[in-house]
Design a protein around this ligand. Structure first.
Ligand code: HEM
Length: 239
C-alpha cells in the first residue's frame, strides 16, 4: 500500500517517525535541555557566594509550587523524547549501514561524536543518581538531606550544608566530576549537531556554530566541575 492510500493515522505516525522528524525532535529537546543545564548551573554557582545566596535560591525554587511541577513534567517529557528519538535513530542507522562501514565513519568524526550514545547512557545514569541524591534523598541522606536552618524564626532547607557535606566525600565529588566531563563532551558535539539539523549551521554560519558547541560544552563543564572541585580542595565550605 502506498503512503497516499494509507489511513490518515498511519500517515501521521509515519510522518512523525520519519528520520528528519526524529532529528528535529532531538534538536529541539536538546536545545531545551541545554537551556535547562545552563540555568541550573548559574543557580548552583551561587554556592560560591555563600550559604545565604544558595539557600535563598533554593527557597525561591521550592516556593514556585505548581510551576515547579509543570517544569519537572516538562523536563521529563524533554528527556523522554530526546532518548526515544536517539534510540530510534541509532536503530535506523544500524539497520541502514552496510557491513564494514561503521568503522570507516567512526574514524572521520571527533571522539565526542563517536560516543554520543555511550555518553548519553552515562548521563542518564547520572541523572537518576543525582535526583536520588539531592532531590529524593535515596542516596547519602546522612550528608545533609534533612539539614535545616532558621531565618527570621522560619525554618528552611539548608541546601548549602547538603552540597558541602556531599562534595567533601571524594567518591561523590569524583562521580560528579566524571559525569560532568561526559556532559561537556555530549554538549560539545550535540549543540553544533542540532544547529546543523535545523539548517542554521550552514554557509558563513557553519564555523561559528562549529565553535559554539565546544565552547558551550567547556563553559558548562568548567562551571559544574568547579563546584565539587572547590569543596573537595577546601576552597569553599571550610574543613
Ligand atoms: C556539579 C553539578 C551539579 C550540581 C552541584 C547540582 C546540584 C543540584 C541540587 C543541589 C539540586 C537540588 C535543588 C534543591 O533541592 O533545591 C539539583 C536538582 C536537579 N538537578 Fe542538578 N546539579 C548539577 C548538575 C546537574 C546536571 C548536569 C543535570 C542534568 C543533566 C542536573 C539536573 C537536575 C535536576 C533535573 C534537578 C531536579 C530539579 C527539581 O527539583 O525539580 N543537575 N541539582
Amino acid at each position: 500500500m502506498s503512503n497516499e492510500s494509507a489511513p490518515p493515522f498511519d500517515r501521521l505516525v509515519k510522518a512523525l517517525t520519519s528520520t528528519i522528524s526524529l532529528k528535529i525532535v532531538m534538536a529541539v529537546t536538546g536545545l531545551l535541555g541545554a537551556g535547562f543545564v545552563l540555568f541550573h548551573m548559574v543557580g548552583n554557582l551561587q554556592v560560591f557566594i555563600g550559604p545565604e545566596a544558595l539557600n535563598n535560591y533554593a527557597e525561591f525554587m521550592q516556593g514556585l509550587g505548581g510551576i515547579k511541577w509543570v517544569v519537572r513534567l516538562g523536563l521529563l517529557t524533554i528527556l523522554t523524547l530526546h532518548v526515544a528519538s536517539a534510540v530510534a535513530l541509532v536503530q535506523r542507522n544500524a539497520a541502514a549501514r552496510p557491513e564494514g562501514y561503521a568503522e570507516t565513519k567512526r574514524k572521520r568524526t571527533s571522539l565526542a561524536a563517536m560516543y554520543m550514545a555511550e555518553l548519553g547512557i552515562v548521563l542518564l545514569l547520572f541523572i537518576v543518581y543525582h535526583l536520588g541524591h539531592f532531590t529524593i534523598g535515596w542516596f547519602h541522606a546522612d550528608l545533609g538531606y534533612e539539614a535545616m536552618e532558621t531565618v527570621d524564626g522560619v525554618a528552611r532547607h539548608d541546601l548549602y550544608e547538603h552540597v558541602i557535606h556531599s562534595f567533601r566525600q571524594p567518591a561523590i565529588a569524583i562521580t560528579y566530576i566524571v559525569a560532568n566531563l561526559a556532559l561537556a563532551a555530549h554538549l560539545a558535539h550535540g549543540v553544533t549537531s542540532m544547529f546543523k539539523t535545523v539548517g542554521f549551521a550552514a554557509g558563513r554560519w557553519r564555523v561559528p556554530f562549529e565553535v559554539l558547541g565546544p565552547a558551550f560544552g567547556v563553559i558548562i563543564g568548567l562551571g559544574n566541575i568547579s563546584m565539587p572541585l572547590a569543596v573537595l580542595t577546601g576552597l569553599i565550605g571550610g574543613n
